[in-house]
Write a protein that binds this ligand. Structure first.
Ligand SMILES: [Zn+2]
Length: 259
């Protein structure tokens, strides 16, 4: 029988991407992790800011780590787990320190992963794989950073159920590459469904969006800078629209429940 707190802390292992690191007091840190099997969670790392810390350097943002956590995967009795062991799998963060564009892309990836997992300990293997893959691709440097970021955002939005329609009309579902694009309508729209104010991007821009979604890097790498910029603008607008709606709806629900 558990004694004391009435709850025995269990040890468990998982691998994770470090999304965020915050200071806690003199020498501790709170690490926000996206784990492979346990979803997003926050854990305390004790003593990591001491110079002789065994694992401080392994707990930097954007790293892929293998770790042992103390606490129940179900979170019973404690909202904060603690890190008891860390092994580095690949510390991608180091490679972004001297490369500001890649650092900002990595930061946007980590922030998106955190915001797409509003509930802690809700496993999302697909999002974990996408996040890890995007940081790995950024570090490898084979593709332009903004392209890696946009490919990540498009795929991450599809895990949330609101990827933009590209190959069919967002409203009526008529298949085909439609010329107009409307963020509120949900993506590409046919002439019959096109709402006022819809954008008319270059056909190559929707082609790039499609290539990034499907992982056709030959097409993506060959795209021209103006097309990349237009694509980034549409992806960002689409993401912003859905995230703001998602976040606006959450406080409303909370207020109703607490009143
Ligand atoms: Zn339509």
């Amino acid at each position: 029988m558990p004694t004391g707190s009435g709850y025995r802390r269990q040890l468990y292992r998982d691998d994770a991407v470090v999304l965020r690191v915050q200071k806690l007091g003199e020498s501790d840190r709170i690490i926000t992790l996206l784990t492979r099997r346990n979803g997003r969670l926050r854990a305390v790392a004790r003593g990591v800011r001491r110079t002789n810390s065994r694992f401080g350097a392994r707990l930097e943002p954007f790293g892929h780590i293998d770790l042992q956590l103390a606490g129940s995967p179900e979170g019973v009795g404690s909202s904060l787990h603690s890190v008891s062991q860390v092994e580095a799998v690949a510390l991608y963060g180091k490679q972004f320190l001297t490369d500001y564009p890649r650092y900002t892309a990595a930061s946007a990836i980590a922030e998106t992963a955190e915001r797409l997992t509003p509930v802690e300990r809700e496993p999302s293997l697909r999002l974990f794989q996408l996040t890890l893959g995007a940081l790995k691709a950024l570090a490898a440097g084979e593709h332009a950073g903004p392209l890696v970021l946009d490919a990540y955002l498009l795929r991450a939005m599809s895990t949330a159920g609101w990827a933009p329609a590209i190959a069919e009309c967002a409203v009526c579902g008529t298949p085909g590459r439609h010329a107009a694009f409307s963020v509120p309508a949900g993506g590409a729209v046919c002439p019959d469904c096109r709402p006022p104010g819809a954008a008319h991007p270059s056909p190559a821009t929707l082609g790039l969006m499609s290539a990034l979604t499907s992982g056709d890097w030959q097409v993506a790498d060959a795209s021209e800078p103006p097309i990349r910029r237009e694509c980034s603008g549409l992806v960002a607008a689409h993401l912003q629209w859905h995230m703001e709606r998602a976040l606006r709806s959450l406080p409303l629900v909370d207020r109703r429940e607490s009143s």
